[in-house]
Design a protein around this ligand. Structure first.
Ligand code: BAL
Ligand code: ZN
Length: 892
């Protein structure tokens, strides 16, 4: 397959003006008639008129009224590109295509889900509907006529405003939609079928009214209120924080059960995975409620950052995604409101970054936030483009301040509203609005890899100075051996012996400034001297995780415990605890390996029990558990040990089984040591009364349930009785799932009965059955056979992406010790599933293919088995471009 390079970008030869489309909707054969007006682009070098199309039957092609013939050489079609070699400066193109939505299992373009029609066009799905200049820098005004059988498809939706509807002969009807805004084809959408909606008219900041609708299948109207509330909050927030109002008369959200992504920001007609719309206490957890708020916000915020200002080309994807993730993160934080809530949200976001993006940045698919090349753009909807991209945007705010950032945003819209632009344009707006030189900052876009930041502190008691030396480096990544220094904002505080923040004065300054200072590291190595430091302080570095880097500083255990207890920066309080726990876990892992190697018959547990006991962690966790002044949500985060994946990333050679044994051992010994405190916290953090997903209540449940999960490690009757009681009494999915998980992961009897009861109760709720599969795939006693058996379950299907993710992905990515079984059966299973998905849904297949990204980091025995599985996939006939790219890069 061909590699596409950013350096080869060329402006389009023709620019579009208007698009009129007519759809005769039928699942087997849908006719699409398109009339497109275009004019030659004076800025372009080429003259050919280029359209893209995939899996289309071309019925007719007319240019300015004249039918074009391929046989006569009027146009040619090769490798998904239709080229008209000579065309006048101004053209009206009429294109008729025939497509087959019911055979479309890729879920890109127009497809059928549960009998209804949906589209997904980003990035390049529109070309599966008609031949078109399907690239984001070609924007046009769309008018869309939908025609379909009225009884079967009573609801007909597209972008913009409904301008006409009516009856047609033979029981058919039509609806005509007009989008007043120019848009690229990737933002096109249509929906048709049997759907119902919750709707509300709201008064916008501008004084205009807008109709808001949430469309779902019949029977789901009791699950739309939270999405509607989230949409209204999003509208208000964007006005308040960024002065951006809704520009449409109508804004629709539609939920669909078969969807590759989370949701899609089509202009005025957002299409959502049901997972990010449907919620009520019975079926959705606190995390689901929070995710729905975030995704509804995310898609809504795209209306400005993505739709009004879009990307010039797909290499610029982070221009809209990084920025919009940053915006949704800030929205969620502001919705919680409190400082501690903001910190909890920040910790959650950083956990995702470290768990998923850091490994990506260190693996074979590592790429810059703005990639230089791709084979299949769908493979670049990554945590790097999204989450690291959001960190890059956050760093502007850290460097420029909130006001400066807002000035940059204002200038960005002033300059670029209605345009398709680049990441450089965004950076220029930030720089120009603030009179700053941000040229070095460009490296965050162009260099892949997670920078390493090494810090050292030197206290001079005589001079009362503290010199902080910061040194940065960045590991090599594919295609990028040497890296230049980044522009890194390092937020720093210093704590005195009582744990109070010092007012900081840098050398050369006349008076003391704030207690947190943002140092700007721009060189490979730089020193910063603080003066008037009366006693040796403990540094609190990279506060709030001010840059997406790995920070190394030689803290003692005592200093970490001290920071855990006193740091005014909540992120770093949590971070200190994680460092302490990671240290302990790595030591235990090494001990497990040593015990195994010694070949002694003694159980590994005995060896670990005999290890010198390290009380610092348990003491610190006890203090946290008992500190009622701390937000329960924060305490839950502190109590949660770094995941097995996080520990794995810290090791030179990953030994998943040793990590698993070590982490389980630590959880059990902490549970033993903290049993009384855990029980007390469990009892005192019940949330009686009606369920509410607000952050405070969710935090109490989270803390209570993490206590339960520790207690369940003990397998004692009292703990299991609590779990069973909770399983019986729970009035919400959060508590229900936590109880079931505790039962499932304990040694207690009654697992299959509990699972069966749950299944029977929620059989009709697809999203809950997804949870039921996930619970089993990630259970401690699960192995590949468990999962294989579950693939035979009548409720399992690989065709539905949510279901595939709930079982297969959860096992391959979320149960490392079982997936990496020594016999290699996990990998064989993975290969089978990738190959099966490759045939039906390449995009989802390629996601699963990435589960072996880090194969070179494992023990030689596992590596060899992984290599064989990768080669098996590589040798599969008809491998999609999506999967081929991932596998080729993994094996390179
Ligand atoms: N644009 C694809 C889905 C999203 O990021 O909102
Ligand atoms: Zn997005």
């Amino acid at each position: 397959p061909q590699t596409i390079y950013r350096k080869d970008y060329a402006a389009p030869n023709y620019l579009a003006d208007t698009v009129e489309m007519g759809f005769d909707l039928d699942p087997a054969d849908t006719r699409v008639a398109t009339r497109l007006t275009m004019t030659r682009n004076p800025a372009a070098k080429g003259r050919e008129l280029v359209l893209f199309g995939e899996e289309l039957e071309l019925v007719a092609l007319r240019l300015n009224g004249k039918t074009l013939s391929q046989d006569k050489g009027d146009f040619r079609i090769a490798a998904g590109v239709l080229t008209i070699p000579t065309a006048p400066a101004s053209v009206e193109l009429e294109i008729e295509t025939l497509i087959h939505p019911d055979r479309n299992t890729s879920l890109m373009g127009l497809y059928v889900s549960n009998g209804n029609f949906f589209t997904q066009c980003e990035a390049e799905g529109f070309r599966k509907i008609t031949y078109f200049p399907d690239r984001p820098d070609v924007m046009a005004r769309f008018t869309v006529m939908l025609r379909a059988d009225k009884a079967r498809y009573p609801v007909l939706l597209s972008n913009g405003n409904l301008i006409e509807e009516g009856a047609l002969p033979d029981g058919r009807h039509y609806a005509k939609w007009e989008d007043p805004f120019k848009k690229p084809s990737y933002l096109f959408a249509l929906v048709a079928g049997q759907l119902v909606c919750q709707e509300e008219t709201v008064r916008l900041h501008s004084g205009r009214d807008a109709l808001l609708q949430v469309w779902v299948e019949e029977g789901n109207l009791d699950k739309t209120q939270h999405a509607m509330d989230s949409l209204k909050n999003s509208i208000d927030w964007d006005v308040e924080r960024f002065g951006l109002d809704l520009d449409l008369e109508r804004f629709m959200i539609v939920a669909v059960g078969d969807f590759n992504m989370g949701a899609m920001e089509n202009k005025g007609l957002n299409i959502f995975n049901t997972k990010f719309v449907l919620a009520n206490p019975r079926i959705a957890t606190d995390v689901d409620f929070a995710n729905i708020e975030a995704v509804v916000g995310h898609e809504y915020f795209h209306n400005w950052t993505g739709n009004r200002v879009t990307c010039r080309d797909w290499f610029q994807l982070s221009l809209k995604e990084g920025l919009t993730v940053f915006r949704d993160q800030e929205f969620s934080a502001d919705m919680i409101g409190s400082d501690s809530g903001r910190a909890v949200k920040r910790i959650d976001d950083v956990r995702v970054l470290r768990q998923a993006q850091f490994p990506e940045d260190a693996g074979p698919m590592a790429h810059p936030v703005r990639p230089d090349s791709y084979v299949e753009i769908n493979n670049f909807y990554t945590v790097t483009v999204y989450e690291k991209g959001a960190e890059v945007v956050r760093m502007y705010q850290t460097l420029l301040g909130r006001e400066g950032f807002r000035k940059g945003m204002d200038l960005y819209f002033e300059r670029h509203d209605g345009q398709a632009v680049t990441c450089d344009d965004f950076r220029a707006a930030m720089a120009d609005a603030n009179g700053r030189d941000l040229s070095q900052f460009e490296r965050w876009y162009s260099q892949a890899g997670t920078p390493l930041l090494q810090a050292a502190a030197d206290y001079d008691a005589k001079r009362k100075t503290l010199t902080l030396t910061l040194e940065q480096s960045c590991p090599a990544t594919p295609g990028q051996k040497k890296k230049q220094p980044f522009h890194i904002p390092v937020a720093v505080g210093l704590l005195d012996a009582q744990g109070r923040d010092l007012a900081l004065t840098l050398e050369g300054e006349k008076k003391a400034g704030a207690t947190t200072r943002v140092l700007e590291l721009t060189k490979a190595k730089q020193s910063f001297r603080f003066i008037n430091v009366d006693q040796k302080p403990v540094p609190s570095l990279l506060r709030g995780f001010s840059a997406p880097v790995v920070l190394q500083f030689d803290y003692s255990d005592a200093e970490l415990a001290f920071l855990m207890a006193h740091d005014s920066d909540a992120f770093n309080r949590w971070e200190a605890g994680q460092r302490l726990a990671t240290r302990r876990l790595l030591n235990l892992t090494v001990a497990v390996q040593a015990a195994r190697q010694s070949g002694h018959v003694v159980a590994v547990d005995t060896v670990l029990n005999n290890l010198q006991h390290d009380g610092a962690l348990a003491d610190a966790l006890r203090a946290t558990l008992q500190d009622e002044s701390l937000d329960p949500a924060f305490r839950e985060l502190v109590l949660t040990l770094p995941s097995e994946t996080m520990i794995a990333e810290q090791m030179e050679v990953i030994d998943p089984h040793a990590i698993h044994v070590a982490r389980q051992f630590l959880r059990r010994s902490l549970a033993r040591e903290l049993r009384d405190e855990l029980l007390a916290v469990y009892r005192s953090h019940q949330t009686p009364g009606a369920y509410s997903p607000d952050a405070a209540s969710a935090g109490r449940r989270a803390l209570k349930n993490v206590a339960l999960s520790y207690l369940a490690e003990l397998d004692d009757e009292e703990a299991m009785a609590l779990a069973r009681q909770q399983d019986e009494d729970a009035n919400n999915m959060t508590d229900r799932l936590a109880a079931l998980s505790a039962i499932l992961n304990s040694a207690a009897p009654g697992k299959s009965e509990a699972l069966q009861r749950f299944y029977t109760e929620f059989e009709q709720e697809a999203l809950v059955i997804d949870k039921w599969f996930t619970l089993q795939a990630t259970a401690r006693n699960a192995d590949v056979n468990t999962v294989r058996t579950l693939t035979e379950h009548p409720a399992f299907t690989l065709k539905n992406p949510n279901r595939a993710r709930s079982l297969i992905f959860s096992f391959c990515n979320g149960n490392p010790s079982a997936f990496h079984a020594l016999d290699g059966n996990g990998y064989a299973f993975w290969a089978e599933q990738v190959i099966a998905l490759n045939g039906s849904n390449p995009q989802v297949a390629a996601r699963l293919a990435r589960s072996l990204d880090r194969w070179r980091k494992y023990t030689p025995a596992l590596q060899e088995k992984m290599r064989l599985a990768l080669q098996q996939v590589a040798g599969t006939p008809k491998l999609s471009r999506d999967v081929a790219e991932v596998i080729t890069k993994a094996l390179a």
